[in-house]
Design a binder for this molecule. Structure first.
Ligand SMILES: [Zn+2]
Ligand SMILES: [Zn+2]
Length: 299
């Protein structure tokens, strides 16, 4: 395994290397290269690490699972078992002591990046963790978890081999940096800024901006309310590209047992919305006599 100091150095080097985009000649096609690299890996993380390994929201073909896990691991966010194992703990303790990354518990910097680099506390996941227990048995998954540096290395080398420094910078450095913050923002931004459709016991929020950059993960309050669904956007207007990919895989029979959002959860959303609009109406009505009184007094 790579010593922690090496991992931390590589992490910050890649983060800083994104600045090299200004050092190479600009072409509009590089924006497309950034987008493919950012979003393909964002969908990999969301689909495989998050919805499959951590939440088991659907089942998938073993070859498809390996391909998506490889793509996700190339995001340079450590291995599938490490990632999903910690995520299970996030839901277990959500915004309370024990949550590996909560801005409420440990401050914004630690929740965003600090915890990810803190080897002493977060290097391993307990053997009793359900992700470790069930997925370490698959040799190809255990391999990717152990040699998590391999897929990003292959991607970086491939980019350089295809197009030299400009491809390395636009196809690896910049998108790896933007994707790191898109993912980390779910742990920070989505627990601080946004709307709360459901009155959950944590601080989770829905945020359209993080939904866009993290391939549908920004509907985080929905997700904290019901983790078992294969979709985080609960309605058609909540952009969730990972959900569209899972649906396409199901149509091709590469995925099955796709868990929907139960009807009771939609009903709960409706009840909360109705209660809130009643409350708003009451406060408007309450305000009317007061303003009349004020008017009368001033006349
Ligand atoms: Zn959360
Ligand atoms: Zn989750």
């Amino acid at each position: 395994m790579l010593p922690n100091i090496v991992q931390v150095s590589i992490f910050w080097t890649v983060q800083a290397s994104a600045i090299l985009t200004v050092a190479v000649p600009f072409r509009w096609a590089f924006i497309a290269l950034w987008a493919v690299s950012h979003f393909a890996r964002a969908i990999g993380l969301t689909l495989a690490f998050h919805r499959y390994f951590a939440h088991r929201a659907f089942k998938m073909n073993r070859v498809a699972r390996f391909v998506w896990t490889w793509i996700a691991t190339s995001a340079m966010q450590k291995g599938p078992i490490w990632w999903a194992g910690h995520h299970v703990n996030h839901h277990k303790y959500a915004d309370r002591e024990g949550d590996p990354h909560s801005p409420m518990v440990s401050g914004v910097y630690y929740a965003h990046i600090g915890w990810f680099l803190n080897d002493a506390k977060h290097d391993t996941v307990a053997p009793t963790n359900p992700v470790v227990r069930d997925f370490s048995k698959a040799p190809e998954i255990a391999f990717l978890d152990r040699y998590f540096f391999l897929p990003p290395l292959v991607l970086a080398v491939a980019m350089f081999a295809i197009g030299g420094l400009p491809w390395l910078v636009w196809g690896f450095c910049l998108p790896t940096m933007t994707l790191a913050h898109a993912t980390f923002a779910i742990n920070t931004v989505n627990h601080m800024f946004g709307t709360r459709r459901f009155e959950t016991h944590d601080e989770s929020r829905n945020n359209v901006l993080t939904a866009l950059f993290a391939a549908g993960e920004g509907w985080h309050n929905n997700h904290h309310r019901y983790q078992g669904a294969a979709r985080n956007g609960f309605y058609w207007w909540e952009f969730d590209p990972t959900w569209y990919v899972i649906r396409a895989m199901a149509a091709l029979r590469l995925a099955w047992d796709v868990h929907p959002v139960p009807r009771r959860i939609y009903e709960e959303a409706r009840v909360v919305r109705a209660r809130r609009s009643r409350r708003t109406m009451t406060s408007i009505i309450d305000a009317i006599p007061l303003s009349f009184e004020l008017l009368e007094e001033t006349e």
